[in-house]
Design a protein around this ligand. Sequence first.
Ligand code: GUN
Length: 283
Amino acid sequence: MTAIEMNGKDLSQKVRSDIAEDVQQLKEKGITPHLTVIIIGDDPASKSYVRGKEKACSETGMSSDIIELPSSTTEKDLLTRIDGLNKDETVHGILVQLPLPDHINEQNVIESISPTKDVDGFHPINVGKLMTGQSTFLPCTPYGIITMLNAYDVTIEGKHAVVLGRSNIVGKPVGQLLLNDNATVTYCHSRTKNVTAFTQEADILILATGRANSIRGEHVKSGAVVVDVGINRMEDGTLSGDADFPSVAEKASLITPVPRGVGPMTITMLLKNTITAAEGLDA
Ligand code: GUN
């Protein structure tokens, strides 16, 4: 079998053109959806992600601003800033780019963002809503993955979904979303024994470990749907997923490439969450 590629770039463009229409409709009601991003320090990768978010906002007609703070910023200063944004009615979505410097407690920061402006979906109230199957802001990468699976008509109900990785940002929430859609979900992680025994049983295989090219064709069931969340920068400067693409694509029925797979969907779902926040529909 040779897999069909699930092209996240093309799907993103489609979803973003719908978002641009939503923005237009909100503007006609006097609301300009606005996202504020806070970035602390000068990690080049974080800066590049944040620029991508700003560009995507402006392309869809949304407004955004980036608050750049030095790495010496105290947790108290950051919490005061967030409090101001929580109270500012012109700001609909707040995103604090992670990771944060070691002296700032990430969980305190996440919990200080109003759940109604938490477009990352990281606040414990929104995580709880996700777990109990209530409508809420979904974390952007998992939301993008489910949107892709739906767009490519992948049946989730009754399937065995295996998630490699258990991060709060990707692994745990994507497994929960698949469970909410009636998949049987197995999580594998660094302490799992004999991971291959699980990957070979997966109808839907989500790769989110950040280990470049670590999953090969022999690890995958024939006809599986493979979603590769890994974005690994190789020594030669190219990007690779967690899958060894050629051999996995030989076995799978559908696969996301890297780049042009899950990555573009993540920012798109951030835009969608910001629209939801501006519409005042959630949380
Ligand atoms: N850093 C890497 N991914 C993310 C994300 O989805 N949200 C935030 N806030 N920071 C990140």
